[in-house]
Design a protein around this ligand. Structure first.
Ligand code: SAM
Length: 268
């Protein structure tokens, strides 16, 4: 709920009482989160983020992360990276918008092992080194140069967990380009996004020697907004932000990397 919707006197009371004892930085972070609900501040991110964190825990387990190097790309408020830093990973979060980076650094300033930096991910990011895992959520469809970007990811890690909006096509060569409002803090930095087919993304992975596990499962769905378990119609629609896919890509043994993608059922 946005606090602007409650009566003004009550709102003032709430803000003063609940933030009165806080440090200046905590108060700034809290009031920013309470009074904004645009883009990455939308409440819908909370449920969506929780489900994707749970999926990572299901895939790797709680204990796997301690001591690992993790890269989160297009990290927004960097809550996901911060979670895994809290579990003991050395985490680098890269985000394109300086305003978002500044706020995320304030929000997570007490989280150990967490670096948050501004970086345009249409370009090179290899200077941050190699990682045990790349977390790639909600970013690919905001990138125009998808092939070059994915090649960089597959060069930097043997494990890439990726979720994206895609276009409804079974053609491994199909990719759409769509204009996006660059002034909206969750969209493409440069005003052009892409909607590759799921098979396009899997082809890029296979060409780099990565096997794909498909997690096209309802446990990841957020309301009717973000859907992962939809059947193909081959009509090239992407349902605005609805039609999404989730994969774990891993550099396999030579024979498994060229094998068919595996469909993974959701845990009961
Ligand atoms: C939909 S939000 C996803 C945030 C977060 N990854 C999540 O899944 O909750 C997309 C994020 O990607 C960032 N982004 C868009 N284009 C970018 C680019 N070229 N380089 C770096 N970040 C970019 C946006 O600023 C925004 O924070």
């Amino acid at each position: 709920m946005n606090l602007f919707r409650v009566p003004r006197v009550f709102e003032r009371f709430q803000l003063l009482v609940f933030t009165g004892h806080m440090s200046p930085v905590d108060r700034h972070v809290t009031l920013s989160l309470a009074t904004r609900d645009d883009a990455i501040f939308a409440v819908s991110y909370a449920d969506w983020r929780t489900k994707r964190i749970n999926k990572l825990l299901e895939l790797y387990g709680v204990d796997w992360f301690a001591g690992k190097r993790v890269l989160e790309l297009g990290s927004g408020l960097s809550d996901i990276g911060a979670f895994f830093a809290d579990l003991g990973a050395e985490v680098v979060c890269l985000e394109g918008r300086q305003e978002t980076v500044t706020f995320a650094r304030l929000k997570h300033r007490d989280v150990p092992r967490l670096t948050i930096a501004q970086c345009d991910l249409e370009g090179d990011f290899s200077q941050y080194g190699r990682f045990d895992l790349i977390i790639h959520f909600g970013l690919l469809y905001h990138i125009r140069e998808v092939d070059a970007h994915m090649a960089r990811c597959f060069d930097l890690a043997d494990e890439v967990v990726l979720e994206s909006v895609v276009c409804d096509s079974t053609d491994p060569e199909r990719i759409l380009y769509v204009p996006e409002p660059a002034q909206v803090a969750e969209q493409s930095l440069h005003g052009v996004g892409s909607r590759p087919s799921p098979f396009y993304v899997e082809r890029l992975a296979a060409e780099r020697g990565f096997a794909a596990d498909r997690h096209f499962t309802a446990d990841l769905n957020h309301k009717n907004m973000y859907i992962y378990d939809w059947p193909h119609r081959n009509d090239e629609s992407h349902g605005d932000w609805r039609k999404r896919r989730f994969w774990r890509f891993h550099r396999g043994a030579a024979e498994s990397s060229m094998s068919e993608p595996r469909a993974i059922e959701a845990a009961a």
